[in-house]
Design a protein around this ligand. Sequence first.
Ligand SMILES: Nc1ncnc2c1ncn2[C@@H]1O[C@H](COP(=O)(O)OP(=O)(O)O)[C@@H](O)[C@H]1O
Ligand SMILES: [Mg+2]
Length: 441
Amino acid sequence: MLDELSYAANDPMRTYRAKRDSARKRVTDKYTILGFISSGTYGRVYKAESKDDRVVHAIKKFKPDKEGDVVTYTGISQSAIREIALNREISHENVVALKEVILEDKSIYMVFEYAEHDFLQVIHHHSQTLRTGLSMPLLKSLTYQLLNGLLYLHNAHIIHRDLKPANILITSAGVVKIGDLGLARLTYQPLQPLFAGDKVVVTIWYRAPELLLGAKHYNKAVDIWAVGCVVAELASLRPIFKGEEAKLDSKKNVPFQKDQLLRIFEVLGTPHEREWPGLKDLPEYQNMKRLDYYENHLLEWCKSRLRPQQGVDLLQKLFIYDPDRRLTALDALRHPWFQEDPIPAKNVFQSVPASQIPPPRRITHDEAPSMVPVAAANSQTHAQIAQAQAQAAAHLSQQFMGSHPLSQQSGRAGSVASFASLSGGTAAGGSGHPRKKTRMG
Ligand SMILES: Nc1ncnc2c1ncn2[C@@H]1O[C@H](COP(=O)(O)OP(=O)(O)O)[C@@H](O)[C@H]1O
Ligand SMILES: [Mg+2]
């Protein structure tokens, strides 16, 4: 017994870890927490100010993995690992920048550049306060910058997979920042098929028809579909395809998403093999054929919502059923709509009167105490993160194609080394998001 104790006291690794941990700066040494912003699917987000330079940041603290109602402490969530691994490697004006990752008392904190607004806030502000649609310069600039960020991600072989208004941020300088890479995946030579193992893919209102019809293989085109839904929502101030999600049955079979498909068909018409040759091979094809038949009514839908003919043309092409024929991000950026007046602006709010800019993000203070970490550990996490990080770094440094002439910034490969000292952790839970991600199977 005594031997064991004296061994523990002299264990060089233990001494080393204790020294390392005490040298490590804590979140609250570096940042003043200003308040709580939001509790999303995977984490809680806080507004914080850097003590060094007083720059405001958003700090995301991760929740533990949850299996049903049981919280499991098997290391940090897959979502956190992905988000960190991918975020460390990417840098683009229209993708939210990760400033640093802090590990403290087994909790993981991601420090992001702060964005004062998001697309959902812009939509609410227009529908509830201003009671008018977005101006054309604003709508076009938001769309352009969103596509520009997406082109960068797609060139880096990253599918976002959860594009929706709440995940697309805007800084106070009027720059769009794609956020929430928690569901993003690398598409270049994936080790697993994209379908395997992933329970969660895209909030149902923004989910592409190939996913709704059970496609096992899907690609970047799912993000383009989501962009179409987001643009339509910006133009009309409400979700264009607001379906009810069919829930998993007791055997956890993935149900046929009849209602969501009907919402789409009502506007875009029932898809036909002529325009989408792969349609008949999709698992839900027979179920789909049993639904009522609809004609395409998109032009009518646009009439009172999206005026410019070129804008309508772009939307039509973002909503092409066949994923192989759907516009790519690059095609979309080159669309004539962006070449005609008003030309997209670098500051999306450039032509918006100050009184019409959405108010700053609301923060609350009652949630702030949960920044105090909840202890739980697993040494596997070091390895998990290092592995995911190495994988992402390898893919991206070898395969990254750099920026496109249309985008302003170039890519860079990050370093893996800083992940070596990470340890695992958890965070306090929180309430759900109103437009939450949904499980697929
Ligand atoms: N960089 C940021 N700046 C300001 N607010 C942010 C930032 N990142 C996220 N948020 C806010 O927190 C919410 C949840 O963050 P998100 O990254 O989407 O996490 P989740 O996976 O929990 O949805 C966002 O919808 C947004 O309101
Ligand atoms: Mg989110």
